[in-house]
Design a protein around this ligand. Structure first.
Ligand SMILES: [Zn+2]
Length: 252
């Protein structure tokens, strides 16, 4: 069974019930983390996912609410005796900074560290992040404050396609990533530079012809305001859902 688990759904300011946005895709062959916020070991445990099954991490961009969990996750994996290699994918810009960050923690001196493969993805439209027997992931640069990628994930056996906008203003590249997908996860931080509102997410869903739109990376807690689903539905006639923490989306 393949599923997408929402490990966090908040924008950069988390709240009691909403961690920073990060996701997991689990299948029999792999567990892929998309971004790595907060305390991934605890979040995965809460979601019922064994941290040892994590094979791949895709980092969309180097903002703290998307990468701050990386050092702790890597250290915890090492302390738990991990031997299996781990693949971390992202733009040059992102991974250069992750390596610098780990360097500041002095990880080079941690003995018997497992192999981490940093896989740099070109900043091209529909660049292949990885292409495995069961799953192919494409990325395109989105429109944010710094280099950032949105994703298109094709599940070969299940014949399902999923897209994730990441943090972005509406842009042609994300529209292309989302073209005719079954599921689009689109951010809904608000209508300001580098981000999108729920209504704009609805526009993207309509223009791309998606199946179901899930709104994510939205203001939560005391910053929550308005009916985001209604705002998106005013622009998109298909199904709209609000992604919430630990929601599981069936991808079979
Ligand atoms: Zn960001």
């Amino acid at each position: 069974m393949v599923k997408l688990i929402i490990l966090g759904s908040s924008n950069a300011i988390p709240s009691l019930d909403h961690e920073n946005t990060h996701l997991a895709i689990t299948s029999t062959e792999r567990t892929v983390l998309i971004d790595c916020a907060s305390n991934p070991v605890v979040r995965l445990e809460q979601a019922g996912v064994d941290v040892n099954t994590v094979t791949d991490i895709i980092l969309t961009h180097f903002h703290p609410d998307h990468v701050c969990g990386v050092p702790l996750l890597l250290m915890d994996m090492w302390l738990m005796g991990r031997r299996q290699p781990l693949n971390i994918y992202g733009l040059h810009y992102t991974l250069d900074r992750v390596e610098t960050m780990m360097g500041l923690y002095g990880w080079i001196e941690w003995p018997n560290f497992f192999t981490v493969n940093f896989c740099r993805v070109p900043a091209d439209e529909m660049a292949i992040v990885f292409d495995e027997r069961d799953m192919c992931v494409y990325s395109s640069p989105a429109k944010h404050f710094l280099p950032n990628i949105g994703l298109r994930i094709e599940l070969k056996t299940e014949k399902k396609i999923l897209a994730y906008s990441c943090d972005t203003e509406p842009c042609a590249a994300v529209l292309d990533l989302a073209r005719d997908v079954d599921i689009l996860l689109h951010e809904a931080s608000g209508n300001f530079m580098g981000h999108s509102s729920a209504a704009q997410a609805g526009d993207v869903a309509r223009q791309a012809g998606v199946g179901v739109l899930y709104l994510i990376h939205y203001p939560t807690g005391r910053y929550a305001s308005g009916d985001l689903v209604a705002e998106a539905k005013a622009r998109f006639k298909g199904e709209v859902q609000l992604a919430v923490d630990f929601m599981e989306i069936d991808l079979n």
